[in-house]
Design a protein around this ligand. Structure first.
Ligand code: S3P
Length: 437
């Protein structure tokens, strides 16, 4: 998202929210099905592919690399259908154009893992936000595996000259599903075994998706391995609703007295749902029921209702499982009775924006009592927000977090550049309005 102030949205306070929501397809899972489908033999059909700009960037990059893709946008957010003609392992074609990952770190990092094994030069770039994000976390291990990778100051554009890779045993210092996934995807093409030993468990969608596409993945504690020369087999798959999008409604329901929101057909993979424990600690009533394990991913129904809000403390060990929901928890903490102490979260500074600084500035502009630390922030939920004007720095998660905070203010709030929300949840504001009672 290049233009931070192009679309303003005014959010009025809400007395309560209630109703039933069906969120768009999961962003993380959609990326993986598209990328693995492109490496598979045969045609993969993906139903409910995420309509967000990030996942469309993945499809555009794959098209530039010679993958035939048919994308049928459905009538709503939930019935899009993508057909991907797999090119087989190491079957992508050289392109002279730069690959544009847009705002999407997942596209860039996972594709880097795949291109590291292709014997041609390719350059992946992105928007201003992506070109500020650190890439040495994937560059270093992929170089160790044998790829030649150049990136000035370790930021995009990243130029990769791929080739035959050797398997590696890598212990990333930062817990990151993107790093783990890039290495496992590179490992599919490598000689021998590739093992990633994470410092803390991160979302395991790549492991589940590879298994679904017929690749053997082994896990021993925090170590996950694949063996080289494993070609995925095409599948017809369906993406569950995005838990991180549903999180906005779960948090809004927890925040506003008298609210109850039900989210149907949402992903409930335990590596993503730490938020539900935290919402219970914050006082909310939370009921989640897994109805299906289709495609190796648990999904079901989630209902969250308001109960008297309590201040919360997030410990560093919880951060990886909550990484995309932390802005929403900062928003929750500004509602009456709330409060938040967050530490061990310096990774938030490496996201689509520096989320610590941007949250502190934005929530303070709305009237919050909030302070910034190098690895976190503290919110005292002892005042009602006044409302005001906030700049989410073209970061989709901050647009949603500021909107949920603004619901509890005494006056209206203006969110600048609110169109950034379309990176993951294009119909976010329509859904918000449909829940107002
Ligand atoms: C993602 C992993 C997380 C998350 C991002 C999506 C993924 O990033 O913040 O929104 O799909 O693998 P990191 O792996 O960098 O923590």
């Amino acid at each position: 998202m290049e233009s931070p102030t192009s679309t303003k949205v005014i959010v009025e306070p809400a007395a309560r929210l209630s109703g039933l929501v069906n969120c768009p397809g999961d962003k993380s899972i959609s990326h993986r099905y598209a990328l693995i489908g492109a490496l598979a033999t045969g045609r993969t059909t993906v139903i409910r592919y995420s309509p967000g700009a990030d996942c469309l960037s993945t499809l555009e990059c794959l098209r530039s690399l010679g993958v035939k893709i048919r994308y049928q946008k459905g009538s709503g957010d939930n019935d899009s259908c993508v057909q991907i003609e797999g090119r087989g392992l190491s079957g992508l074609s050289e392109t002279s154009e730069n690959l544009n990952a847009g705002n999407s770190g997942t596209t860039l990092r996972l594709l880097a893992g795949i291109l590291a094994a292709h014997p041609f030069r390719s350059t992946i770039t992105g928007d201003l936000s992506l070109c500020r994000r650190p890439m040495e976390r994937v560059i270093d291990p992929l170089r160790t595996m044998g790829a030649d990778i150049q990136a000035e100051s370790n930021c995009p554009p990243v130029t990769i000259l791929g080739g035959q890779l050797q398997g590696v045993a890598w212990n990333p210092t930062v817990p990151s599903a993107q790093v783990k996934s890039a290495l496992l995807l590179a490992g599919l093409h490598a000689t021998g075994r590739t093992t990633v030993r994470e410092p803390t468990l991160t979302r395991d969608h790549t492991e589940r998706a590879l298994t679904l596409f017929g690749v053997e993945v082994t896990r021993a504690g925090l170590a996950v391995s694949v063996t080289g020369n494993s070609t995925p087999r095409a599948r017809d798959v369906r993406v569950p609703g995005d838990f991180s999008s549903a999180a906005a409604w779960a948090v809004a329901a927890a925040a506003l007295p008298g609210s109850e929101i039900e989210i149907s057909d949402v992903g409930l993979n335990p590596s993503r749902t730490v938020l539900l424990d935290v919402l219970q600690r914050a006082g909310a009533k939370v009921v989640s029921e897994v109805h299906s394990e289709t495609n190796c991913e648990p999904s079901g129904r989630l209902t969250v209702a308001h109960r008297k809000l309590q201040p919360i403390i997030i410990s560093p060990v919880e951060v990886p499982g909550l990484i995309d929901e932390l802005p929403l928890l900062a928003a929750l903490a500004t509602h009456r009775g709330g409060g938040l102490t967050l530490t061990g979260a310096s990774e938030l500074r490496n996201k689509e924006s520096d989320r610590i600084t941007a949250l502190v500035k934005g929530l303070r502009a709305l009237g919050a009592n909030i302070s910034e630390q190098s690895d976190g922030l503290t919110v005292t939920g002892d005042c009602t927000l006044t409302g005001g004007t906030v700049d989410p720095k073209a970061d989709h998660r901050l647009v949603m977090a500021f909107a949920i905070a603004a619901l509890g203010a005494s006056g209206p709030s203006t969110i600048l550049g609110a169109d950034a929300v379309s990176v993951s949840y294009p119909t976010f504001f329509e859904t918000l309005n449909s829940l107002r009672k």
